[in-house]
Design a protein around this ligand. Structure first.
Ligand SMILES: C[S@@+](CC[C@H](N)C(=O)[O-])C[C@H]1O[C@@H](n2cnc3c(N)ncnc32)[C@H](O)[C@@H]1O
Length: 401
């Protein structure tokens, strides 16, 4: 969208078209709606922008909740925007650390900025893209939040006058989930320089541990079971070396946060034969290298020093791992495994695997199971050897509202 079109959308006529598009959305197809709005005398680019905006707002609701219905997006900026629960967690954590002012160095349409402002920080957003900058300004305004936006290159900003310099760099090519610091904009050396002081950076969760600068905390965050980001807390704010934070309203309630750090992870955790209970750690815990913390929490041990599964003789319900009861060990070899599963009348099978070269979907097909029972099998390496276990997921208690 051109800036001029966005400005038109914000005017009285634009708001009328947007309102009409929102009212009719889903009741008539886009083509009919567009024809009708153009026939009423509205400019084609405004009509297209309004219909596109309504579709983006719908899409944004899963990420940003109900308030997405009054915000503005471009498709790419929405793709890059931080989920509301995750930005709120970051903002709440910052707020407890005491800063008052924050500059967001590449604020996009302002999803993080909104959460920072809502947490009570005085925010200033900086953005290179004029349309995104204009949208960020409007998004703060429509949500009744205060803040300023500046159209400028973030690398030229003097961050010394702010308590926090936040950066969520874009990938230059706009694609991919792999962590390649060379592809960042603003560039990685700039991010690193901020982290030496009062910087906070959102990065892809695939960041290698050895890229985290000394004295900086890396916090891996999962939301509803999805590993979504790593947040690097500069020296001024670091509280640990590695942290895993689990945000899961179903397990923990709407504001619930569960967090583990390297302090919780013993260095020497033995590996041993699987016991009655099996734990599959959350991906944030795995990426943070804190699987041994789950072993400590559950009174358990690793089943293999190189595999991210924990076993224990006791059931401990924890937000950091999914628990399974081991029903029995099954043969690992395919033919004998098929016979054992058929003897259990299994028809629908979920395979979980780690450390073995099995493609679950392919194996499930090859097993050709036709029974009536639904089952879960874990295939893994235990002390270097492939093993199979029939397990039953433990349903986690839901948090009370
Ligand atoms: C990943 S997005 C930020 C998303 C934002 N945190 C949110 O939740 O909505 C990164 C933004 O940085 C902007 N950007 C990249 N390099 C920049 C620079 N040198 N100066 C200012 N903005 C920049 C991009 O245009 C993009 O909008």
């Amino acid at each position: 969208m051109e800036l001029a079109t966005f400005e038109l959308l914000l005017g009285a006529q634009g708001q009328r078209v947007l309102h009409e598009a929102a009212e009719s959305y889903g009741r008539v197809d886009d083509l009919t709606l567009g024809t009708r709005l153009r026939a009423a005398g509205h400019p084609p680019e405004l009509v297209a922008a309004a219909i596109g905006q309504v579709a983006l707002r719908r899409r944004a609701a899963s990420k940003l909740g109900a308030e997405a219905a009054s915000m503005y997006f471009t498709p790419d900026a929405l793709e890059q925007a931080t989920r509301a629960a995750v930005s709120a967690h970051r903002a709440d954590r910052l707020q407890t650390l005491g800063p008052r002012t924050l500059v967001d160095l590449g604020c996009g349409i302002g999803a993080d900025l909104v959460s920072f402002a809502r947490a009570g920080l005085h925010v200033h957003g900086v953005e290179l893209d004029p349309v995104r900058a204009a949208m960020a300004r409007e998004n703060l305004a429509v949500l009744g939040l205060r803040g300023t936006i500046e159209l400028v290159d973030a690398t030229t900003v003097d961050t010394a006058s702010y308590d926090v310099a936040f950066v969520d760099p874009a990938r230059r090519d706009g694609r991919g989930r792999t962590f390649d610091p060379q592809a960042f904009t603003p560039p990685w050396p700039f991010v690193e320089s901020l982290l030496a002081g009062h910087g906070v950076a959102k990065v892809l969760p695939g960041i290698a541990h050895d890229l985290v600068p000394d004295g900086v905390e890396a916090e891996w965050v999962s939301e509803r079971g999805d590993l979504v980001e790593a947040c690097l807390w500069g020296r001024a704010f670091a509280g640990a070396r590695r942290r895993a934070t689990v945000l899961n309203p179903t397990l923990l309630g709407p504001q619930g946060t569960a967090t583990l750090t390297d302090e919780d992870a013993p260095e020497d955790t033995p590996a041993g034969e699987p016991g009655e209970w099996w734990y599959e750690p959350d991906d944030a815990v795995i990426r943070a290298g804190l699987v041994t913390a789950v072993a400590a929490l559950t009174g358990g041990w690793l089943v293999d020093p190189h595999i991210a599964y924990v076993s224990s003789a006791t059931l401990v319900v924890t937000p950091y791992a999914r628990a399974f009861r081991v029903l029995e060990e099954l043969p690992y070899r395919e033919k004998q495994l098929r016979a054992a599963l058929r003897a259990h009348d299994v028809g629908t099978l979920t395979i979980k695997k780690r450390g073995v070269s099995v493609v679950p979907e392919v194996l499930v097909k090859r097993l050709r199971l036709t029974g009536s029972v639904t089952a879960t099998v874990i295939l893994t390496r235990v002390q270097g050897e492939g093993r199979a276990f029939l397990v039953e997921p433990v349903s986690a208690p839901r948090a009370s509202a």
